[in-house]
Design a binder for this molecule. Sequence first.
Ligand code: SF4
Ligand code: SF4
Ligand code: SF4
Length: 165
Amino acid sequence: MTLLSRRALLRGQIREEFRILPPGLSRPVAEICEQCRACVDHCPQSIISMQSGIPALDFSASGCDFCGKCHESCPHAVVFFDADLSFPHMAQVQSHCLALNSIDCQSCRDHCPSDAILFRPRAGGPWHPQIVDDDCTGCGACISHCPTDAISLSVRSGSHVDAQP
Ligand code: SF4
Ligand code: SF4
Ligand code: SF4
């Protein structure tokens, strides 16, 4: 399983093959991108940048709201294969999460637009977060709201965030 942390994103440590593409875009298609930057300029969340000639996302400041502007604004017929504009990854809580270390925090849940983060009641300490796999869209909205960089992305099998070494 490949994990992409916010800290790694901030430090530019994501290798090219692990870059997160705009939703619905496959890597082979991204490689025919004309680098016109239309999607970069039209993303209302300002999370797209050109990285080594392909558009890639950075969730360190904001998440994707699946508005489709990146798709709609492309003038070069770069085909977004997935009409549902889904991501091939999901959020995963790491062991240094505050709540998992007896410090009360539910910030991620409060900022998840899909209600994909549940907090399970627990006796004797803060409730623990649990990501509901089927509900997480991979939008990344929770990442920038975690005070301890404890949310990473795990790549789902068959993803276009290619996990080849
Ligand atoms: S779907 Fe919208 S918010 Fe998401 S990357 Fe594309 S333009 Fe940005
Ligand atoms: S990635 Fe998006 S949908 Fe998934 S848990 Fe985080 S905020 Fe919720
Ligand atoms: S926001 Fe971060 S530290 Fe807080 S409960 Fe969620 S994963 Fe844990």
